[in-house]
Design a protein around this ligand. Structure first.
Ligand SMILES: NC(=O)c1ccc[n+]([C@@H]2O[C@H](COP(=O)([O-])OP(=O)(O)OC[C@H]3O[C@@H](n4cnc5c(N)ncnc54)[C@H](O)[C@@H]3O)[C@@H](O)[C@H]2O)c1
Length: 262
């Protein structure tokens, strides 16, 4: 049985907790959770009882020596707590992966992880194909591109009649301008080893959060379209993103037997 630390009790945090409560993530003894808004953790505790222990700061999570800490909060949270978690030799799963496009933050977190024998996990999030992109990288990648389409309200817009391009540029700037919407551009860039080109479109004709990925390499051309249902509790977040964290947690806690993919 394992303890899990959780930073952020919003949409992704609560879906992970539900999965642990239902045994979809087997072997979770306790989730030690922290949210900057204390009421968010209490909501989880009321729903899932003793499985959830609410704490008031990251140090209390570290003290409980969880198997790993899941960040499901914000890019700011990765900056605030990453060093403390990894410095304690505890693995860190990052959902707000946009933070890791900051080269100096990423390098210092990786250095701390290596020094303390800990790992930083990045789930595939709201996209597919990172396994093949990582493999293609070995042969050399010359292009990585992401086109994200979301309903206007997921991008903070009111009613519009026609699709509108809100951003066109590189991933590092995209994750700063749209920190809650294009974490996938960071995961893509990190997997490809080059900074992806990104286009963000508000589309009134779609109800899905759609990510189109184009990667060109010496080995292959990858063209993937992922059409995600938004999470019911946060329209910016795709349900698949929570499921990717749950799936990775299952594999980490399983640790032996049949492993499919990477
Ligand atoms: N990797 C991906 O593909 C992917 C996909 C969707 C969302 N995300 C990211 O995952 C994160 C969580 O998403 P969500 O939909 O659960 O968000 P949410 O807004 O529903 O919940 C986030 C929770 O974290 C808390 N929080 C924020 N910053 C904090 C901090 N510094 N310290 C403590 N608590 C803090 C908030 O109070 C909130 O309760 C976001 O950054 C989001 O952009 C990543």
């Amino acid at each position: 049985m394992a303890r899990i630390g959780l930073i952020g009790c919003g949409s992704i945090g609560s879906t992970i907790t539900e999965a642990a409560a239902k045994g979809v993530i087997p072997g979770v003894e306790e989730i030690i959770a922290y949210d900057a808004i204390p009421g968010k953790c209490r909501e989880l505790q009321e729903k899932y009882g003793e499985l959830v222990k609410c704490v008031e700061n990251i140090e209390e999570i570290i003290k409980a020596r969880p198997r790993l800490v899941v960040e499901a909060a914000s890019q700011e949270a990765v900056r605030q707590y990453g060093q403390t978690v990894l410095g304690a030799g505890i693995d860190f799963m990052v959902m707000s992966v946009g933070a890791l496009l900051d080269d100096s933050l990423r390098n210092s977190l990786v250095e701390t992880a290596v020094k303390n024998n800990a790992k930083i996990y990045v789930p595939t999030g709201a996209i597919a194909g990172l396994d093949a992109i990582r493999a293609a990288r070995i042969a050399g990648i010359r292009k990585a591109e992401l086109i994200t389409r979301k309903p206007p309200k997921a991008l903070g817009l009111g009613d519009i009649k026609e699709p509108k391009t809100l951003y066109e540029g590189k991933a590092k700037k995209a994750v700063k301008e749209y920190p809650k919407n294009v974490n996938v551009s960071a995961a893509l860039s990190l997997a490809a080893g080059i900074e992806a080109k990104v286009k963000v479109v508000a589309d009134p004709h779609t109800e899905r959060n759609t990510h189109e990925i184009i990667v060109e390499s010496e080995a292959t051309r990858i063209h993937i379209v992922v059409e995600n249902k938004p999470s019911p509790t946060n329209p910016r977040t795709s349900y698949l993103a929570s499921l990717s964290a749950i799936e990775l947690l299952r594999r980490i806690l399983q640790d032996k037997g049949l492993i499919i993919g990477s």
